[in-house]
Structure formats: C-alpha cells, structure tokens
Design a protein around this ligand. Sequence first.
Ligand code: GDD
Ligand code: MG
Length: 362
Amino acid sequence: MEGRGDLEAILLVGGKGTRLRPLTLSVPKPLLPTAGVPFLAHQLARARAYGVRRIVFATSYRASMFAEAFGDGSSFGLELAYMTEETPLGTGGAIRNAAEALTSPPGAPVLILNGDILSGHDIGAQVERHVTAGAAVTLHLTEVDDPSRFGCVPTDESGRVTAFLEKTPNPVTNRINAGCYVFTRSVIDTIPAGEVVSVERETFPGLIEAGEQVLGYADRSYWLDVGTPAAFVQGSRDLVLGTLSSPALPGPPGEVLALPGAMIPSDAKVGGGTVVGAGAVVESGAQVSGSVIGAGAVIRAGAVVSDSVVGTGARIESGAVVRDSVVGDEAVVGPGNELRAGARLWPGVHLPACAVRFSSDV
Ligand code: GDD
Ligand code: MG
C-alpha cells in the first residue's frame, strides 16, 4: 500500500549501540556503512516509498553526525529535522522531546521508528489499520525464536494488545514488538516532557492499563534488529543479495557489491552477499563470503574471511582466517592467525604473525 503521502515520522537514533562495539566506538549504529550506504539510508528510502515525507531524528549519542550524513534530506525526497537530548531521555522521553518539532495536528497518525531495524513490512497498511480503527497506538509485530530479548506482545483474537512485557524471562508468546509504531499525535503529548521515560516499560503498559486502544499489526515479512555483530553482518548480506529490497542499494542486488575503486581480481573468490568497500583490495586467491569489507581494507592472497566485518583500512594477511568476527578499523590480523565465533579485534590492534609452526607446515 503506497500510503497517505503526508506522513510525519520520528526516528529513534540516540542509543549507544554498545553491543556493536568496537564498530560503534566512532560511528553511531544507525550510521554504520551497510551494503554500501549508512544503515539508515535503507530505512529512510523505505519509509519514503510508503508515503513518509518528513522525519524528526531523535538524537543523543554523537548527535551532530546525523545531520552531517543526511543534511536536509532532499537527496531522499524527505524533509529532515533534528532534535537532541542533552542526556538520553529513554525511548519515551525521546519521542516526547522530538514531538516538539512535529507539524501534524492532534488527530493525525505519526510513525515512530527504532533506528536499528530492517523491515520489509507494509508501513502504509499499518497506518491504514491504525486510522481505520481509530486506535491510540498500533504496533508492528513479528515472530522470533527467542522473544525474551525483545518486547513480548500478546494480543486477543481481534488483534488488540493485551499486555506489553519488555525483555521478560518468561515470554507468553513468540510475537514481539518489531520497533515500528503508529501513534495518534495527541497520545504522544500525554508522555511527560523532560523526563526519562521508557515507551516499552511505561507508556505502552500504561496505555493498555488505562483501556486505550493499542492494536497489533502482525505480519511475516522480512525483519531484523541489527543490534549485534552477527545480525549486522546478516542485514548487510541480505541487502546485497536482495533478500530485502532497498531503494538505497547502490547497485543491482547480487553475490557481491563492489564500491567505487574496489579491486577484486577474477581469481579471488568473493560472494555470498559481500560488500567490498571503496578502494578496498581483495588479492588473488583470497576467499571472502557474506562479509562487510570496509573502505581501503586489504585482504591478502590466501586469506579467508566469512560472515565478518573488516573495518576501514584494516588488513587480513596471507593465511589468516576470520570467521564470524569483527576486525576494527586499521587493525591487522597477521599471517597464520584465526579469529572465530564472535571474536572482536579493537581498532588499530596488530596481531603479529603466528609464530607457532604445526608439524604439517614443516
Ligand atoms: N533518542 C534516543 N534517546 N534514542 C534512544 C534512547 C534514548 O535515550 N534509548 C534508545 N534509543 C533508540 C536506539 O538508538 C534504537 O534505535 C531504539 O531506540 C531502540 O533501542 P535499542 O537499544 O535498540 O532497544 P532494543 O533493541 O534492546 O529493544 C527495542 O527494540 C526491540 C525490537 O528490535 C524495544 O523497543 C523492544 O521492545 C523491541 O522488541
Ligand atoms: Mg535494537
């Protein structure tokens, strides 16, 4: 569904992204290069496609970097505004603070987006459901295997939300809050101003308790929270492969996305949705699959990289193996080293050549 064409949104991007360190030490999570562009570019382009015209960024951590990246939004056909919390106000406080910059009247629907979500759902249909029902809030819901890491959201048979249980150890359903809400503008104005408020722990349970109409919009489209390194790599891979289509992908979907100046000789094995950053070099005989290779990084002949992030200017030397790991910017993995299963190398760290020789090597 194309949508109303005049919708305003608030984008929550004030979190510190601690689970994505060291990637987020210098760049906030929503700006991490993902399938060739800052992560948010995919969200902005999809929101625009569903009729959003104006977005207020709710920023805190490294706030100025967002305006530097997206400016007034005209390159996306959007109007962007920026609101900053001196100290983080939590998700509810951030929504209330950003709402000062909205232009929508009290009865209008306003979209709220978590800034770390890739979703293929039909935003226009979610808004339509909200407006038709005259709801206070309509939450996009999805299903996951482990709901204890999310907001667990049971509904009745009519789709009305009966409880909101944030990160509960005993989830009552696999259905969770997918991080995209439609609020009626006047409901946002009931959140107390200038206070730390959690929309998940206070606002939603409070509205349900008060008997307000909180609806679920459940579907089974593509959905991913990119809050961990493994999920971040998966999101980039899915965008490059076209598993989730994005109007912001800088090239056709396929096995590899090579950014300008990337060098990939024909006898290097690169695929599985890998993005090779601007000016990065993959040497002959190197193997790279399903990974994010940063700008100016070098993957030497005979190195193997899979399902990993290799930071800007980092180097993976011959014979080194990097699987399911993160190599920080400008770090070096010397010959013979192996990083596996969630290993994280901090920026600038040099792992020297592995001195141990195995009997098979001599
Ligand atoms: N401006 C601002 N200020 N933004 C914030 C603040 C704040 O104080 N705290 C968090 N955010 C932003 C984050 O940047 C992110 O975009 C969003 O709010 C959600 O925060 P996360 O830290 O990513 O939360 P989560 O992933 O643990 O849980 C949330 O998302 C899940 C879906 O991915 C909750 O909404 C869960 O209920 C939900 O299931
Ligand atoms: Mg998150």
